[in-house]
Design a protein around this ligand. Structure first.
Ligand code: IPM
Ligand code: MN
Length: 366
């Protein structure tokens, strides 16, 4: 049976990076005997321009009929003056809600080859490997009421969480921690917010089913500081929606560039994969964006939706190898290093993937 993948390249650098990511998927399909079928649809600013809405009905239908969705990015500064509901970003929020995935997994890894490209002293960041589990369908992003008062001088949003929303995402975080270093930090602001008090209570209840996982509660402000000075002290970080949005950008400092970070959103009807970086309008169309975040998102797609763990790991090794061999896009290049285009970086990962697979075969042969 063929796996149906809906591609939503979106705005800015989205099309450039999704091109490379789907190229890697096609390579995997050719070499694994699995078949993938692709369809491409509009979302975000480009959809507003050509269809009058950020999430056209046809796009939504196609996503709901797919096995997985791969999204590039949405956002364009030309819509900056608009109210939140009329901006391209609203399309992504509506899509997330329709697909139903509530657990957004955002790994941030320090690649050995890039320790010097991070803002950290290499010995502080070496080995850092954090997984942020971000609650994606609740909190301030969706809470009602929201809006401006008639005067225009007052605006409000609502942070709201129910027990079942916290419980289901907490289980995902504990499950992931179990497969990793068995350490979970639940991030909250329970010294100030009721939602955080509820959050902490529910996480403690869920923890009874995971006695093998070491749980700690960390205030979000302290977590930000700890991430900035000792990133290796975290394994899995469980966050509500907004805290996870903020801390996952911060965690990019471990990797050295936002362009390297992938994400997977699971737990709903259809899984959604997107690099963490945005549309980066300043570099859009120049062919210089880093495709690794999108390519690593495809590895997560193979792992979680296609259940192709071997192929997922091979892609991750290929990324590691390409970086170790010196492949650099502009965002991660050091002084004097040769800079690759988006296309060349995609090719470097594909070549490395070819070698990873060859190496494996020759091991099997001896
Ligand atoms: C992200 C982005 C989105 C978010 C925006 C584009 C709506 O920043 O995926 O982190 O805030 O969730
Ligand atoms: Mn963000």
């Amino acid at each position: 049976m063929s796996l149906k993948i809906a591609l939503l390249p979106g705005d800015g650098i989205g099309p450039e990076v999704t091109d490379e990511a789907s190229r890697i998927l096609k390579y995997v399909a050719e070499h694994s005997g699995k078949s993938f079928s692709f369809s491409t649809h509009l979302i975000g600013g480009v959809a507003i321009d050509s269809a009058g809405t950020g999430l056209p009905e046809q796009t939504l239908e196609a996503c709901l009929g797919a096995n997985a969705v791969l999204l590039g990015a949405v956002g364009n500064p030309k819509f900056d003056g608009r109210r939140p509901q009329e901006r391209p970003e609203a399309a992504i929020l509506a899509l997330r809600q329709a697909l139903g995935g509530f657990a957004n997994l955002r790994p941030a890894v320090c690649h050995n080859a890039l320790t010097k490209r991070t803002p950290f002293q290499p010995e502080r960041v070496k080995g850092a490997n954090v997984l942020i589990v971000r609650e994606l369908l609740g909190g301030l992003y969706y809470g009602e009421p929201r809006g401006f008062e008639a005067s225009g001088n007052t605006a409000f949003n609502t942070m709201i969480y129910s027990k079942h929303e916290v419980e289901r995402v907490a289980r995902v975080a504990f499950d992931r921690a179990r497969e990793r270093k068995k350490k979970l930090a639940s991030i909250d602001k329970a010294n100030v917010l009721e939602t955080s008090q509820l959050w902490r209570g529910v996480v403690n209840e869920v923890a009874r089913d995971y006695r093998d996982v070491e749980l700690e509660h960390v205030f979000v402000d302290a977590a930000a500081m700890r991430l900035a000075i000792s990133p290796t002290s975290f394994d899995v970080m469980l966050c509500e929606n907004l805290f996870g949005d903020i801390l996952s950008d911060q965690a990019a400092s471990i990797a050295g560039s936002l362009g390297l970070l992938p994400s997977a959103t699971i737990g709903g009807k259809i899984d959604l994969y997107e690099p963490v970086h945005g549309s980066a309008p300043d570099i859009a169309g120049k062919g210089i964006a880093n495709p690794i975040g999108a390519i690593a998102s495809v590895a997560m797609l193979l792992r979680y939706t296609a259940k192709m763990e071997k192929e997922a790991t091979e892609i991750e090794h290929a990324i590691e190898d390409a970086l170790a061999a010196g492949a650099r896009t502009k965002d991660i290049a050091g002084p004097g290093e040769r800079v690759l285009s988006t296309r060349e970086m995609g090719q470097a990962v594909e070549d490395a993937l070819h070698e990873v697979r060859d190496r494996k075969h020759s091991y099997h042969a001896v």
